[in-house]
Design a protein around this ligand. Structure first.
Ligand SMILES: *Cc1c(COP(=O)(O)O)cnc(C)c1O
Length: 441
């Protein structure tokens, strides 16, 4: 014990090892120093040999400067809120890296004067939705709606159908958001039905706008009715449509999902939406519609508190102008192709793995109740925890007593990584069946 204490290297000696010095440059001195201190303590206790200290430090250091981990999304949920919603396209990731340093986000390099902030991203958005006279981008969908309510309805009334008073997730509710910036709600209709006359009767001098909210995470069926944007617009007050998922144009696979172009064509004065759901971009909120209203809101003092950073603007521009983002590609994937991948993966894994058809979902507040035909690799349900602890972590879904690794939301380029991660946690021997090991395994 005393010997080991005496031969424990000094902190500075460990820190000056070339590999450790490189780690200091990459991860920061305090983080590396704390790891060195832990390992030296273990060395003094005799748990690490003095000669192994450097190796132990290097293997204890985090792999990256963020504690966030890359995860393989095998849930079959294309826009998974707990996995960060839309994964960015390679083009958007490249754009993030370019914009990360000093960048001309708000400088006109030709004149050397202040430029229009994020002009290229806004131009790309305007080009994608020609029906919008004006466009603006804020931090998220909730921020877009809060800005509209604050700028147009503080101290006034917002008319909303009771069936559209939506809780969006994590306990946050659209009606409470609208009230939190000083607007008053005027509820009309019932949970299941509302008529255009209900809206008409509620309108008055205090009405700021009618709010149409897409019930993006639930469905109501049976004896129901709601009022479309065109009928509401005919009432002569501004209609604000919170479409949620950020579809800019109709999608053939999601016929019931509202889109910005159609909402504006139907007469909405403003549309609000998220950027990181079906649009497949970075977290942001889109505000589209009447040029005068958008300009008024863009200059509202509250707008500054909701402003997006250069990274968001760069990633949004690349999402809109670059190759199709992963979410959009996933929505267009063919079940046959997914089954082909599932068969190849199952064959590579062997043992209990089996390719099966699967029913995937959009998720993340979009297209509730819509199933997407997909394919998965089925494994014993008991492996779910070990796979989440794998490197990289693999998150599947347990269904019908089996763990399904659904391929719709997984980039095909990650299939090999999936196989490798599963192989590392699969029992090395084929699992014996009820009557002992299978012949010919
Ligand atoms: C998702 C959603 C929101 C919230 O958007 P965030 O980008 O999460 O702030 C608001 N309204 C609807 C209808 C939604 O689907």
């Amino acid at each position: 014990m005393t010997d080991q204490r005496r031969s424990t290297p000094r902190t500075d000696t460990v820190l000056s090892h070339p590999d450790v010095a490189l780690a200091v440059e990459r991860l920061g001195r305090s983080l590396v120093k704390a790891t060195v201190a832990d390992v030296l303590d273990a060395c003094r206790r005799g748990e690490v040999a003095p000669d192994d200290v450097t190796t132990a430090v290097l293997s204890a250091l985090p792999a990256s400067p963020t504690s966030l981990r890359r995860v393989l999304n095998a849930t079959g949920v294309v826009v998974h809120t707990n996995l960060g919603r839309a994964p960015l396209s390679a083009a958007a990731v490249e754009a993030l890296a370019v914009a990360a340093g000093a960048t001309d986000v708000e400088l006109d390099l030709a004149s050397g004067r202040r430029g229009s902030r994020g002009r290229a991203a806004l131009d790309a958005l305007a080009a994608a939705v020609p029906e919008a006279g004006g466009v603006h981008v804020v931090n998220n969908g909730a921020a877009a709606l809060a800005l509209v309510a604050c700028g147009l309805a503080a101290g006034r009334e917002v008319v909303i159908a009771r069936g559209e008073m939506v809780e969006i997730g994590d306990g946050f509710r659209i009606p409470e958001l609208v009230e939190s910036v000083g607007a008053r709600l005027r509820e009309v209709g019932t949970t299941n039905r509302v008529r255009v006359e209900d809206y008409a009767e509620a309108l008055g001098p205090d009405t700021a706008f009618v709010l149409k909210v897409h019930p993006s995470n639930f469905t109501v069926s049976g004896f129901t009715s709601s009022v479309g944007i065109d009928a509401l617009a005919a009432l002569g007050v501004p209609v604000v449509a919170d479409i949620g998922s950020g579809l800019l144009a109709p999608h053939p696979r999601l016929p019931d999902e509202p889109d910005a172009s159609s909402a504006l064509r139907d007469g909405a004065a403003l549309v609000t939406a998220s950027g990181d759901k079906l649009l497949g971009g970075p977290q942001c909120g889109l505000l589209l519609g009447d040029a005068g209203l958008v300009q008024e809101l863009r200059r509202h003092p509250f707008a500054r508190a909701l402003r997006v950073d250069k990274l968001t603007l760069a990633a949004l521009e690349a999402t809109l102008t670059g190759p199709l983002p992963p979410v959009v590609r996933a929505l267009g994937s063919r079940p046959d192709d997914l089954m082909g991948r599932a068969r190849r993966i199952a064959a590579a894994l062997g043992g209990p793995a089996e390719a099966v058809a699967s029913d995937a979902a959009v998720g993340g507040g979009g297209a509730p109740g819509v199933g997407l035909a997909s394919a998965a690799v089925a494994l014993p349900a008991g492996l779910a925890g070990a796979l989440r602890a794998a490197d990289p972590p693999v998150v599947g879904r347990v269904e019908g007593g089996r763990l399904l690794l659904d391929l719709i939301a997984l980039d095909a380029a990650d299939d090999d990584a999936l196989v490798a991660a599963v192989r590392r946690i699969l029992p090395t021997e084929p699992q014996p069946g009820p009557r002992g090991p299978r012949a010919g395994g």
